[in-house]
Ligand binder design. Structure first.
Ligand code: FES
Ligand SMILES: [Fe+2]
Length: 358
């Protein structure tokens, strides 16, 4: 009921943190998307990242992120609103105002409004920026890696259709989601409503290159085309997959399709898993295509059906966490991506370090 009289610094780690402490501090050093920009307009939005409850709000001075906690009496700021000039978020409990940087700019109950407000009254604010139509947050003052570089998403010509897929929530860890998104052997088994080809389960010894920011892998595949309004039935089509993966949870999957006239068209499936907790992941996806006649509705539906196919399996995986000790799961040759991913998370970032015991 009461907290003790002992003076405590408000811990950087969230209450009920589901991550090992070491991993939390490392993951907090990356940029993660927490919302589509279109979800944060004139009202504050609620989000969660690494077990930290966040409020995201848009001021005339820019986008802002803070702990969803008013420092006065701990009410959730996401229940509040923006002031008339859109300069401050207003706490709904006693009306304290906070600007983009989290500084308190107004205490309405103070009889003398000309008195300065102590600088110490400020929110726990985090770095926030918008890119690719997404709001990205980093919980540390310095990010250890930049936001993924996806030039086509920033500068697409008119021939490209760009589609934001409705945000998903998976009861699975972000790393299990990433491995699934980049798992080539599962396609012929799991995606039988969409593009998988059960007759072609073999995975060639595919190319994979690794650097300090991510991995690139490529592989040809023969998909089965199953259109939604398809009167022609099923037919095989040759595709070429190139995965541009950025640590720790972001992928740009480029799919090149051969066309009947000998040319080719391309789609990109951008996918980022944001770790809400160690066992829950928000899925942010954007699709982009230059296939003539493609519609946003069909594309979004196709992606959602594809996700649905993956979901039950990924949520069933045990342990929920990806084991970073390679010996702990069995591997087949097609697992080159996940083996390199697990090794790199340890080697480059020191994730999965043994916990200190007293
Ligand atoms: S709790 Fe926010 S103003 Fe009092
Ligand atoms: Fe899949």
């Amino acid at each position: 009921m009461f907290l003790s009289t002992e003076k405590k610094q408000l811990s950087e780690l969230p209450r009920n943190c589901t991550f090992p402490e070491n991993d939390w501090h490392i993951l907090a050093g990356f940029w993660h998307p927490v919302a589509f920009s279109s979800q944060v307009k004139d009202k504050p939005a609620k989000a969660k990242l690494l077990d930290v409850d966040l409020v995201i709000y848009r001021t005339v001075d820019g986008i802002a992120a803070a702990r969803d906690l008013c420092v006065h009496r701990g009410a959730a700021l996401s229940l509040g609103w923006m002031d008339e000039d859109c300069k401050n978020i207003v706490c709904p409990f006693h009306g304290l105002h906070y600007n983009k940087d989290g500084e308190c700019t107004k205490v309405p109950s103070m009889p003398d409004q000309s008195k300065p407000i102590p600088k110490s009254i400020r929110l726990i604010s985090y770095r926030a920026q918008e890119r690719y139509g997404l709001v990205w947050v980093c919980l540390k003052p310095e990010a250890i890696r930049p936001i993924p570089e996806w030039p086509l998403l920033e500068n697409a010509g008119d021939e490209w259709l760009t589609i934001e897929i409705p945000e998903g929530l998976w009861k699975a860890s972000a790393s299990r989601h990433v491995e699934n998104f980049n798992d080539l052997a599962h396609i012929s088994w799991v995606h039988m409503k969409t593009f998988g080809n059960r007759e072609r389960p073999e995975i060639i010894d595919y190319k994979l290159e690794l650097d300090d920011n991510g991995m690139r892998m490529e592989m040809p595949y023969i998909e089965v085309e199953r259109g939604y309004n398809d009167d022609e039935g099923e037919r095989e089509r040759e595709v070429y997959y190139t995965h541009f993966f950025t640590f720790p949870f972001a992928t740009d999957l480029q799919v090149d399709y051969k066309t009947d006239d000998g040319g080719h068209v391309t789609s990109h499936f951008y996918d980022i898993g944001t770790p809400i907790s160690a066992h829950e992941t928000a899925i942010f996806q954007i699709s982009q295509t230059n296939i003539p006649g493609a519609t946003a509705e069909d594309y979004a539906e196709y992606q959602l059906v594809t996700n649905e196919e993956d979901l039950a399996l990924v949520e069933s995986q045990k342990p929920e966490e990806v084991p970073l000790n390679i010996a702990e799961e069995l591997h087949i040759p097609a697992d080159k991506f996940s083996i390199q991913y697990r090794r790199a998370l340890v080697r480059l970032f020191n994730l999965g370090a043994p916990e200190m015991t007293e």
